[in-house]
Design a protein around this ligand. Structure first.
Ligand SMILES: Nc1nc2c(ncn2[C@@H]2O[C@H](COP(=O)(O)OP(=O)(O)OP(=O)(O)O)[C@@H](O)[C@H]2O)c(=O)[nH]1
Ligand SMILES: [Mg+2]
Length: 328
């Protein structure tokens, strides 16, 4: 990256990374273009921005032409992470939302029951995780705001059913559809967005209605012939206790909880900082305040450290449930 990018440009770039809709992306790219110093060193970046802008403008025009409504839904993130449920009709997405969060939603034997996003909060130990249930998606049946919501998710659950329906056969179509929208689902690693490349989204496959799959035949078919190790796969039934699934969801979200304490005081065990796996003392401090991270000298850690209250450097990698005492 060219070294002389201005703070204004970098702020615009941050805006672009966070943009969810095509309109937001276009607005941010225009700002990036305006603030980008134009010289030899930024040739490649200039070309990339121009190419991306023209691609997005075309995409927007096509959507308008096709008459698909741009009016839609947006789900504000709340809690420690946002998990989005998606899949073909009637696979048990809404049942899963209800069971994980207690949210009362329409559930029915017939397909296309859910029409708008439904949101619930799943309690997990001392935090809450947001679960978003979407209307069913297939290759030929989706709306743009669904894609925008998927693009913003922290973790995707693809929900298929182990009954005698055809949902398991629609899995690869779903991947293709998302790929055509520049969203690539990945089974491992963390979600991320290369500046001009596709969005990479961490996803797992949930196979519901296990109780209807005698001898596990459909599950084995799904595992061996369709998923083939590309994604983590979990079989569940709505009649079961789902606490193991909740734990898995927390793990796959890739987050850790960090509690803070002041010297000589007890730690505050409510409202932990939510960080990503691999984050350091510096990241934790930056979450509290930018200047705070810059002035930090060292910290003491209880939990993952060799002994309680061990003094550590600011690049020390934190673990879930660590307690940190910052020293400036
Ligand atoms: N036997 C069994 N039935 C289930 C299970 N989970 C859901 N169902 C049933 O499957 C049907 C569809 O459930 P929904 O939760 O409405 O499915 P959905 O995926 O939200 O459906 P759409 O909103 O239409 O896409 C309902 O009759 C549920 O009672 C399960 O684990 N086992
Ligand atoms: Mg539903």
């Amino acid at each position: 990256m060219p070294a002389n990018l201005t703070p204004q440009y970098l702020a615009a770039e941050e805006e672009y990374r966070k943009a969810r809709t095509i309109e937001e992306k276009i607005a941010a790219l225009k700002k990036m273009w305006a603030y980008l110093p134009k010289h030899k060193g930024t040739d490649k970046l200039q070309a990339d921005i121009k190419a991306k802008l023209s691609r997005l403008k075309k995409e927007l025009e096509e959507e308008k032409k096709s008459g698909k409504s741009r009016r839609g839904f947006y789900v504000k993130k709340e809690g420690a992470g946002q998990i989005v449920l998606l899949g073909p009709p009637n696979t048990g997405k809404s049942s899963l939302l209800k069971s994980l969060t207690g949210k009362e939603v329409a559930i029915a034997e017939y397909p296309f029951t859910t029409q708008v996003p439904e949101v619930g909060m799943m309690p997990y130990e001392d935090i809450k995780i947001q679960i978003v249930d979407l209307p069913p998606i297939t290759k030929d049946h989706f709306v743009y705001w669904q894609i925008d919501i998927i693009r913003g998710a922290d973790l995707i659950l693809i929900v298929l059913a182990l009954d005698n329906g055809d949902s398991v056969f629609l899995f690869d179509d779903l991947l293709e559809l998302l790929k055509s929208k520049n969203i690539i689902l990945i089974g491992e690693g963390l979600s991320g967005d290369e500046l001009f490349g596709p969005v990479k989204k961490r996803a797992i496959v949930i196979a519901t209605k296990k109780d209807l799959d005698e001898n596990g035949e459909v599950f084995n078919f799904l595992k061996e012939e369709i998923i083939k190790g590309r994604f983590p796969l979990l079989g569940i039934s709505i009649m079961e206790n789902l606490s193991a699934l909740k734990k898995k969801l927390f793990e796959y979200l890739g987050i850790i909880r960090v509690y803070t304490k002041e010297p000589g005081k007890k730690p505050s065990m409510e409202d932990p900082l939510i960080l990503k796996k691999g984050d350091t003392i510096r990241d934790a401090a930056a979450r509290i305040h930018k200047d705070f991270a810059e002035n930090l000298k060292f910290a003491r850690v209880w939990g993952s450290s060799k002994f309680p209250g061990q003094r550590v450097e600011i690049n020390y990698v934190l673990k879930d449930r660590d307690i940190v005492e910052f020293h400036i």
